[in-house]
Design a protein around this ligand. Structure first.
Ligand code: SF4
Length: 270
């Protein structure tokens, strides 16, 4: 395995061997690489294809989010989404699989080529890849609330396509800057989704003490999952605590109205 997509990477260079610092196994890391390569194949097939639809975009967002740092350690789930990405590519370019003289244009990409590329190219492509993975998390959380943005969606495909190309620094650097621009747009989309769904966040005092009795701790950014958990545990004597990135949830009127959203477990971050 090779993974250096978070600040906890071993020796500040990269996690290798049988598992990463976060506990991610080599199997999971390799499956994430395979899924990333399949996504680049899908982006190649989607380039100029009239068959691209909302299902294509939502699958790209879901799959990219799956490859983010330590979001998903479930090998079966990663294999499942990889199979769906490959199936979507086959839908867009149905004749490729049986072509007698394959040109390779729509092939999946071998991500090990990225990890062993010239260090400047590797750095620029990694910035693009890790940027769109994080962006996919925002886009996914907005999507489950019914909010999407066509410009953001098209950029996911554009960036994936570029990672698979043998481009130089002059072509890749503007794309790195565009990741920042599109990510800003994606954050605005998520903010709109969250505030229109749960109300405008307001200053809120958050207790750090844990009360007696059963409780569940929720980490991450998924306010939709948190809302469903609050609904399912209401009146059952189970308290809910946020942890780490979930802390801002306490500010939203649509979430803080639940009396069993008791407080925050731990400090603000890690
Ligand atoms: S996500 Fe996990 S495996 Fe990857 S660099 Fe971070 S700690 Fe290492």
């Amino acid at each position: 395995m090779f993974c250096f997509q978070c600040e906890q990477a071993a020796h500040c260079t990269g996690c290798t061997g049988s598992a990463g610092v976060c506990g991610k196994s080599a199997e999971t890391a390799n499956l994430q690489d395979e899924l990333t390569g399949a996504l680049i194949g899908l982006a190649r097939a989607a380039d100029g294809s009239p068959g691209v639809n909302e299902g294509t975009w939502s699958l790209i967002i879901e799959a990219l989010f799956t490859t983010l740092t330590n979001v998903n350690f479930d090998a079966a789930a990663i294999r499942d989404v990889t199979a769906r990405v490959k199936a979507e590519k086959s839908r867009l370019v149905p004749d490729c699989a049986s072509c007698m003289s394959p040109c390779g244009h729509n092939n999946d990409y071998d991500v090990s080529r990225l990890w062993t590329a010239d260090e400047d190219i590797r750095s620029l492509k990694s910035l693009i890849l890790f940027g769109i993975r994080g962006m996919a998390a925002y886009a996914y959380h907005a999507m489950v609330l019914g909010y999407t943005d066509g410009e953001v969606n098209r950029f996911f495909a554009k960036a994936l396509f570029a990672i698979g190309e043998d481009w130089g620094m002059d072509d890749l650097l503007p794309l790195v800057l565009e990741v920042g621009e599109k990510n800003y747009r994606c954050m605005a989309l998520l903010d709109k989704a969250n505030t229109e769904t749960y109300g405008t966040p307001e200053p809120t005092t958050v207790p750090l003490t844990v009360e007696k009795g059963p409780f569940i701790v929720v980490s991450g950014h998924d306010l939709h999952d948190l809302k469903r958990l609050l609904e399912q545990t209401e009146g059952k004597g189970i308290n809910i605590y946020t942890h780490s990135e979930t802390l801002p949830a306490h500010g939203y009127p649509g979430l803080k109205k639940y009396a069993h959203l008791k407080g925050n477990f731990g400090t603000a971050w890690q």
